[in-house]
Design a protein around this ligand. Sequence first.
Ligand code: HT7
Ligand code: ZN
Length: 852
Amino acid sequence: PKTIRREDYRQPDWIVPDVALDFDLGAERTVVRARLEVRRQAPAPLVLDGDGLVPVAVRVDGQATEAWRLDGGALVLDLPGDAHVVETEVALSPQTNTQLMGLYASGGLLCTQCEAEGFRRITFFPDRPDVLSRYRVRLVADKARYPVLLSNGDLVGSGDLDDGRHFAEWHDPFPKPSYLFAAVAGDLAERRDSFTTASGRTVQLGIWTRAEDRPRTAHAMESLKLSMAWDERVYGREYDLGIFNIVAVNDFNFGAMENKGLNIFNTRYILADPDEATDSDYDGIAAVVAHEYFHNWSGNRVTCRDWFQLSLKEGFTVFRDQGFSADLGSPAVRRIEDVRALRATQFPEDAGPLAHPVRPESYMEISNFYTATIYNKGAELIRMIHTLVGPGRFRQGSDLYFERHDGEAATCEDFVVAMEVGAQVDLTAFRRWYGQAGTPRVEARIARVEDGTVSLALRQSTPPTPGQPDKSPVPIPLRTALFDRASGARLAEQLVLLEDAEATVALGRAPGDVALSINRGFSAPIVLVADRATDELAFLAAHDDDPFARYEAVQGLMLEALVDRVASGDAGGAADAAVDAVGAMLADPALDDAFVAEAALLPSESFIGDQMLVVEPLAIHDAREWLRARIGRAHLAAWRERQERGANQPFAYTPEAKGRRRLRGVALAYLLAARDTDAAARALDQFQRADNMTDRFSALSALVGSDAAERETALDAFRVRHGGSPLVLDKWFGVQAGSSRSDTLETVVRLSRDPDFTLANPNRARALIGGFGANQLALHDDGGAGYRFLADQILQLDRLNPQTAARLVPPLGRWRRFGEARAAAMRAQLERMLRTPGLSRDLYEQVFRSID
Ligand code: HT7
Ligand code: ZN
């Protein structure tokens, strides 16, 4: 496959100010007629991208023509003038489109997914984000099968036709790139609402689902209205059309899509009721609804010049949705969750063969670049700018960015320049963050000068990544504070900016012993290596007034104990300190339950592995279970009390009730680990009495790793109760794939043959196969059978849905981190995949880069 390079960007030779599309829709056959008004920008032929399309007819300025050629799927025309009307006609088969890109069938629906390059599977077009067009769309379909016909913009006409068909015409006045085009046809029910904007316009809101799902759309609608108000209040951004529609579909490659005025969602991020969705599902829905809505400005009104600029819209929009979620609940807990996610996905990516900068230099298949680096690290870059300039100046920068680039296709550089001018800050050195892959490592050490002044010695380095052997220092904002150990008082907080490879900074005068709190709030996405003794961490775990730093101190103690235990079978004093720190938090009435739950959670097995030179999955698992049992046993009474607290109260979706449920789940896991006499019975009791999915699922998750008879009872009951609900059945598959039992591979193989399992549905495939790939213990079980199974499933899925298949490769790509035998077995599977004939471009690129 061809490599596309950022440096090769050229402005389009032709633009298309206006497009008219005419769809004659059917699942078996859909005919698409396109009318493009094209304008020349350079002396070159008109190249209209196409993927799998065969022109049935081509007309130029109303005249049928044969003067065209196909070049690698694209339709090429040599046109004489500077302005022409080009018409094409193609026929599609949505029903056989298993890639879920372009126009496809999902259940009884027809829907589109165009980002990044799906539009070229619908019609011939310059399918690149810097060609912006006004769209008129006419949809025609059988009225009984497809009573609802939706597209972008405003509805400008509709009516009945002969032979049971009907039509709808939509017009979107805002010029947009083809990746934001959308159309949906189906038998859908609507939850209708409205929102009045700050300037007094009324927007009609609709969430469209299958009729039986309609009752489960209330939370999504509420989230949408909150998002619209938040974007007005925090960013001054108002919605611009008269209609905003959302459609939920079962089969979707991603979470959702921000098509202008017609968002299309994975049902997973729309449907919720207390009996079927966990609190974390509820939070996910609010975050994704907000994310897609926020794209209306950061992505749609200002779009990307080319796909190398993807983080311009994605990183910024993640930052915006994180701010929204923080404002909805506890900012500290949200920050902890966001950092946990960053460490679980982005840090390993940045340290492995798929590492790439936030603004990549090249790609083979752009779908492979919808990564944690583009999204989550991209958001961290924006957050650092926000930290450097403060909220007021940041807002001036974002206002200027939207004002300058409204209606344009912009670059990351445009964003940085707008921030420099609007927020009055020099970001010359900061630009390196965009171009350099890898997670900077910062060493921090306190040094005392004779007169009582405390200084901080800092040193940064970034490890080499593929194609980037040498790294430059990047500006790293570190929110830092000192505590007086004797009194517990905080002496100072300052924002230290580490710009060079090394620096020493004076922190102030402190006569007695101090404790160093650094990277508070996770002010920079770095790996911190602070030379802090166990008792200093224990002090911070008890006294730090920054909740994130306090969480970090507890996690630091746990990590120290776990790493020592794996290395030497001993856990030094860190294990005792971790046990005490958790006990102190459980006893502290000032702390809210959600925070205690987060802080009491042990670091994940993969994060523990990231701290080691050679990952030993079994030793890590054993050490983690050992520490879990110790913390469980040490605080049995407190865990029991937390597991029982409020259990008889009816479900409420309030921050307090959510926190209580979260801590109840953590408590149950500790009780099971401690082998408390009635723990399994207690878990089953919670499972059976629960009036909500959070409690039911936390009980099931706690039981699924055990050998107790209650495990089977709960698993069977869960399937009987929820077997008819696809999203809940995904949980049933996923929880078994993540089990720590030694028979997990056998179970997953059996489940892959279950009549309810299908690779054709991405949610189901991700639940079972993705869940297994993320299970450190089961995947790396000795013998390599897990690697073989994973590779087999990826290859099978690649024939149906290359994008989803390619996303399952990263666990195998981590082969260098393991001992010789495992590394060889993992690599062998990558090589086998690479040798397989007919591999998709998506999978080829991921496997090829993972082997290297
Ligand atoms: N901007 C959207 C990306 C997306 C996507 C990308 C590749 C293949 C399928 C996809 N569906 C949606 C989602 C977002 O970030 O909001
Ligand atoms: Zn996005």
